[in-house]
Design a protein around this ligand. Sequence first.
Ligand SMILES: Nc1nc2c(ncn2[C@@H]2O[C@H](COP(=O)(O)OP(=O)(O)OP(=O)(O)O)[C@@H](O)[C@H]2O)c(=O)[nH]1
Ligand SMILES: [Mg+2]
Length: 427
Amino acid sequence: MSAIFPDTLIDRSFRERIILVGVLFPRTDPDALDAELDELESLVLTAGADVVDRIIQRRPAPDAATFLGSGKVAELHELCLVHDVDTVVFDHDLSPAQQRNLERILGRTAIDRTAVILDIFAQNARTPEGRAQVELALLRYRLPRLRGRVVGLSQQAGGIGTRGPGETQLEVDRRRLVRRMHRLEADLRGVDKTRTLQRAQRQRGRRREMALVGYTNAGKSTLLNELTDAGVPAADRLFETLDPRTRQLALPGGETVLITDTVGFVAKLPHELVEAFRSTLDSVRLADVLLHVVDASAADPEAQMNAVHTVLEEIGAIEVPELVVINKADRAPQEARRLAAIHPGSVVVSAADGMGIDDLLRTIGDRLRTHDAMIRLRIPHDRGDIVAAAHREGEVVEVTHEEDSSVLTVVLDEAARARFAPFEEVR
Ligand SMILES: Nc1nc2c(ncn2[C@@H]2O[C@H](COP(=O)(O)OP(=O)(O)OP(=O)(O)O)[C@@H](O)[C@H]2O)c(=O)[nH]1
Ligand SMILES: [Mg+2]
């Protein structure tokens, strides 16, 4: 497989020289585009290449064939020659056709932000599951981009798995790629099943689960280490963490909860990745509380918070209660205070030196406790399934039987309470 589809999109046998391309659409704020390109530059650096220049064009809309106008493409080509550039990276998603046309005109690789992020993920995935998820995302990205390659006579000789009669090399490649995708999907479904089982066992113990979420490099892993001595690698690199880690956390009241560190988010996180990491991100979707770690020293912490919320929405986790943890207060004390003032209920910490951690632990305890509520459910006699569910998901403290229904007094957490809402007795 790797012979046909290289593992990486950016060559790492040397440091590639790269030009960034951004387009300023009528409703885009020029500063926002600059910030996006700064971030794209750090993504490229993380991927192991160097940015030598960037160009921006104002356009009402992307050109269907080449994204930029033809004059700008010629200028870009010129610039590529001047700087001896290997690859151009667009801040925007390129269609397979745009990518192909640009590569033909420029005579070098043209990729988009999505490809760079996929590339970093491919580099950082370590566990078999993480690698399978990334490979699946890469294949999903590549499938529509497969193109006919010129095949020499010797390659047409055939053999098992190569071309059948009348099949073009493109068809062969496509078939192999799809087969590999199905294989990966099946493997991942297996892992998913095991995890669901483990989670169901934990649920029976009603142990609370929290997930760390946040923009990449916000300090999630550093915070997990500070809270639990987890020994998780933390580094000043984007997408350092890809594989989830779960640790126990002892709260001041004596109870323990589970806390999971997982992959960081970024603006325009490729949907191929969100799709492939769906089971990893279950730890976020199914958590009782999210610790949303915010880097107060980032260029625009609120834009990062918005990007995190966009991803949470995409993975169906936007309803999970969130506790905002404003981090790196040592580096940006003023901004941390400002953010705390506009996010009531948030906690300011510095994961690197432990400042604010006691306060955070106390707040976590309070938040988890207030989520339990004692409510009364009126359940018709023919709904034994609901009665059983109440016993499973909550703590039933009293049952009274009436003519056509039972009334259960039950302690439920917030998420479970929402599920039983149709049966809740309003007093
Ligand atoms: N000054 C300062 N640096 C911090 C703090 N917390 C984390 N860092 C640094 O920020 C960088 C990123 O930290 P990580 O914990 O790896 O961040 P992450 O959110 O897990 O990032 P990814 O896994 O890459 O998404 C590291 O260099 C940390 O040392 C803090 O409170 N203050
Ligand atoms: Mg991390």
